[in-house]
Design a protein around this ligand. Structure first.
Ligand code: PLP
Length: 370
């Protein structure tokens, strides 16, 4: 097995991967139309469904794209032309849904909340009530990675159920990082990608969708081609193959990453991530830094921290210092508030976070930032 230099990625994905996942990509060349590759594709789809507890009523559509492609596929394939989607927006990824809808002329009603603040469920409910005859879907981000806020998935899904509206959930940075049960939470479309908490490589987006809901979309005249969700699904079902060229080696990596997810155990993965968050949270407070989002709304997968006030602080300089030592951090701007972000997902462990925090503190003290 090739030993590869290990970088600790604290950016919000692509996340750090294990050497075994990296090495899973070194395989004999294969035509993805071969039966063997079809079996692999099917096993990956089935296991993604298992991760989301959707074995009973859900299927999984895989696309060759980054995560945005999966969101685009949902929004542009499922909303009837005579209906609207209610978008809940409290960060950049919420806004991206708005841009997608505008580009494809999918009618939408927007609930805009200030970035970093929790959604007001009364407001959500009154919008659902007021627009009941027009709204067919509600779309929102589970973990809004822009700021690290967790939007209340079960509560929003319950409201959607009450008003007979289907749910589209962007779970890009929460899928496989915390418990999501598409059956229990009545999620019709759950989107994620291969390079975040599932700990594989970039290149695949996937949508775990309720089969009945998806089949109903045959009534929706296509607005898209490559990203048509139903057409991709029908092709995958009939041929056990991606409709278009798959990222072959990424599929092997995802297979390995799924094996490692089940070997670790879902609960253990969630607990590992939560433990890393807790170590980070304590140290950030000890250093006198402050969070953008109120602690009770933290997703515990990524934390946005206000830039230190000191004139000696420069994000770029801090980034470079840490990067040279094997740690990658990420900037973040929310309106005119500057933050930097530390995520705690991927094949990293509490000891990595402890090591990072030592280097981080050393830097802040060296530069007299704190
Ligand atoms: C919540 C959320 N949605 C969508 C995306 C977009 O994913 P991609 O950059 O893979 O297209 C991201 C990426 O970080 C994300 O965190």
């Amino acid at each position: 097995m090739n030993q590869v230099k290990r970088n600790i990625l604290l950016n919000p994905g692509p996340a750090t991967t294990t050497d075994t996942v990296k090495n899973a990509m070194v395989v004999a060349d294969i035509c993805p139309r071969e039966l063997e590759f079809g079996e692999l594709t099917l096993s990956v789809r089935n296991d993604l469904i298992r991760v989301a507890h959707g074995e009973k009523n859900h299927t999984c559509v895989m696309l060759t794209s980054s995560g945005t492609g999966g969101v685009e596929a949902c929004l542009t394939s499922v909303v009837p032309h005579t209906k609207k989607v209610l978008l809940l927006i409290n960060g950049a990824y919420g806004e991206r849904m708005q841009k997608i809808c505008d580009a494809y002329r999918v009618e939408h009603i927007d609930y805009n909340q200030e970035w970093g603040l929790p959604l007001d469920l009364n407001e959500v409910e009154s919008l659902l009530k007021k627009n009941q005859s027009e709204v067919s879907h509600i779309a929102f981000i589970h973990h809004e990675t822009t700021v690290g806020i967790l939007n209340p998935l079960s509560e929003i899904s319950a409201l959607a159920g009450k008003y007979n509206v289907e749910t589209i959930v962007d779970a890009m940075s929460s899928f496989a990082g915390m418990k999501i049960d598409v059956e229990k939470d009545n999620i019709h479309y759950l989107v994620s990608s291969s390079n975040k908490c599932i700990q594989a490589m970039a290149g695949i987006s996937f949508i775990i969708t309720n089969k009945q809901s998806l089949l109903k979309t045959k009534e929706v005249a296509p607005r898209n081609f490559y990203f048509n969700l139903l057409d991709n699904h029908l092709y995958l079902e009939k041929n056990k193959q991606f409709r278009f060229t798959p990222p072959v080696q990424t599929v092997y990596a995802l297979r390995q990453a799924l094996n490692e997810y089940f070997e670790e155990g879902a609960e253990n993965r969630f607990a590992r991530y939560a433990a890393m968050y807790e170590i980070m949270r304590k140290k950030v407070l000890e250093l006198g830094l402050t969070f953008l989002v109120e602690e009770k709304h933290h997703a515990k997968l990524l934390t946005a921290i206000h830039d230190p006030k000191s004139p000696a602080y420069s994000f770029d300089e801090m980034h470079d210092y840490l990067y040279e030592r094997g740690f990658t951090i990420y900037p973040g701007k929310v309106g005119n508030i500057n933050t930097f972000r530390l995520s705690n997902i991927g094949a990293i462990y509490p000891k990595d976070i402890e090591d990072f925090l030592v280097v981080f503190e050393t830097y802040l003290r060296l530069k007299k930032i704190i």
